[in-house]
Design a protein around this ligand. Sequence first.
Ligand code: FES
Length: 105
Amino acid sequence: MTYVKACALSELEENTPKRVELDGTPVSIVSTEGEVFAINDICSHANVSLSEGEVEDCMIECWLHGSSFDLRTGKPSGLPATRPVPVYPVKIEGGDVLVSLTQES
Ligand code: FES
């Protein structure tokens, strides 16, 4: 599995998503509840940036219509979104946040 650097761990603020582009893919990096998650930044309902939404209870909320996505699985908690958003494996190494785009879950 290939990991690429998304950002430095020190750039993340708890519960404040950070949008990055990795190989042309927009990804939202989220530090919450002692873990770091990577989720595709585009809502599965429409072309809206999830990183502009709120994070709570390990979910990221789409600000446009209010569907929330589980940061661990990408699954929506309710309508209007019905499809999951891709999430990506993350590892922390030497103060860097590394993300693998090759394996979605
Ligand atoms: S665009 Fe995200 S829920 Fe509609």
